[in-house]
Design a binder for this molecule. Structure first.
Ligand code: FAD
Ligand code: NA
Length: 384
């Protein structure tokens, strides 16, 4: 069927890291397939035709890592800008900085507290609910940050994310709600952060740009009308599979639940819509959760002065045909996942990885780090 040493299903960061390592370090011939018509998985970006501004098609992607191995690896393919991510939120007709920090607290309570006084205030408000005895997400959140901050910044936003009232959501969805008792509103705490200088797609294309790597797009692993499919290949050639694990096993142990996002793009005839890259909308009356304005991710680039592109983001439960974005991860999902892991272990010479193959939310650096580990610990010993 094919004269390659390895087939990789999925050209996201997990699949391409595997392909690049196996080609460049082991000299293996690798065939990468993807059912989409572009490489890069959810990190894919493209220039908007009307404004030329780089748009992240599947939601804003910010690279950050504290892992030195990953940082060294990604720098082989791209340089990074010095972009530092910050997020703001609109509540009650006012804009506040996130994550909740001393600035948020003092603006919200019209106070001038130092760190100790702010801590005392939040602790006394949080004491309304005993954190060891919470029945739902709402009680859990109140036990962590108190009712006023919860109702302003968490309640409606969470309800919009889940289309469910937090009083009906399980407490386990959140383990902590970060509150910073400084004015630092850097979104990420990692040692390294930035955006790829030439964009995500240029980075991703460089990873795939090796004479031993062939990429075939618009090719679905479960489509038996084309030659690179599951029935034809499993057991004949090693496979790294980064698609949904439940789909691989024909949903025999049930469907794993995901949330998806809907994105609505609009080009506006102004040079700057919101003055920042990401604005959350904390209140119920605004149906979307946030607006991305992509020009602000690259202030170092030349952009049109009279046009900007924004993307509104809406969140909901995914149906089977939707793009799966965030694992819902209920206890029932975790049980199904354990059953799928057993099936995956028994599937000879098929390696399951990436966010869909392991039913895990993975940031880009985690997907890359996990692929580097699979390469070192499994693939290299197996056929290196
Ligand atoms: P993916 O990128 O999903 O790639 C999987 C690929 O497999 C896809 O291209 C898919 O088409 C293909 N595939 C699936 N089934 C088949 C099949 N049957 N046949 C062929 N191909 C198939 N990370 C960050 O670090 N920072 C961020 O700011 C950030 N923001 C995010 C925002 C959103 C909305 C989402 C959803 C994710 C975000 N991430 C972010 C995470 C990032 O997208 C992932 O880390 C990355 O996509 C993981 O790569 P992956 O290869 O595991 O999966
Ligand atoms: Na296996």
């Amino acid at each position: 069927t094919t004269d390659v040493d390895l087939v990789v299903v999925g050209s996201g960061f997990f699949g391409l890291t595997i392909a690049e390592r196996c080609a460049a370090e082991l000299g293996k011939r690798v065939l990468v397939i993807d059912r989409r018509d572009h490489i890069g998985g959810n990190a894919y970006s493209e220039a908007d035709p009307e404004t030329g501004i780089e748009v992240h098609r599947y939601g804003a992607h910010l690279f950050h890592t504290s892992n030195p191995t990953v940082w060294e690896y990604v720098n082989r393919f791209t340089a990074f800008t010095d972009y530092v991510h910050k997020v703001y939120t609109t509540h009650g007709g006012e804009v506040f900085p996130l994550p909740i920090n001393l600035g948020t607290i003092n603006q919200f309570f019209r106070s001038a507290h130092g760190p100790a006084a702010a801590r005392d205030l939040v602790a006394s408000q949080a004491s309304e609910v005993d954190s060891s005895n919470v029945a739902n997400l709402e009680e859990k959140a109140i036990s962590l940050i108190g009712r006023p901050l919860y109702e302003a910044f968490i309640r409606d936003y969470t309800a919009k994310q889940w289309q469910t009232s937090p009083s009906e959501l399980p407490a386990e969805i959140i383990s902590r709600l970060p509150v910073r008792y400084t004015y630092d509103n850097r979104y990420f705490n990692d040692a390294h952060e930035g955006l790829p200088v030439d964009g995500y797609t240029a980075w991703i294309e460089r990873m795939a740009d090796h004479p031993l790597i062939e990429v075939r797009l618009s090719t679905d692993f479960f489509d038996e009308s084309q030659p690179i499919n599951k029935t034809a290949l499993v057991g004949k050639v090693p496979i790294v599979y980064t698609g949904p694990v439940d789909r691989y096993f024909d949903y025999t142990r049930g469907e794993l639940a995901w949330r998806t996002l809907d994105f609505e793009r609009e080009v506006l005839p102004i040079g700057d819509y919101q003055g920042t890259s990401v604005m959350n909308y904390a209140d119920e009356e605004t149906p979307y959760t946030r607006i991305h304005e992509f020009r602000h991710f690259h202030p170092e680039r030349e952009h049109p002065a009279d046009k900007t592109i924004i993307m509104r983001e809406y969140s909901r439960f995914a149906e089977r045909e939707d793009e799966p974005y965030y694992p819902v991860n209920t206890p029932a999902d975790r049980e199904k996942l354990l059953a799928y892991r057993e099936l995956a272990k028994a599937e000879a010479a098929v390696y399951f990885g990436g966010r869909l193959g392991t039913y895990q939310y993975l940031d880009m650096h985690m997907a890359i780090g996990s692929a580097l580990s699979m390469f070192e610990n499994k693939l290299k010993p197996a056929f290196g």
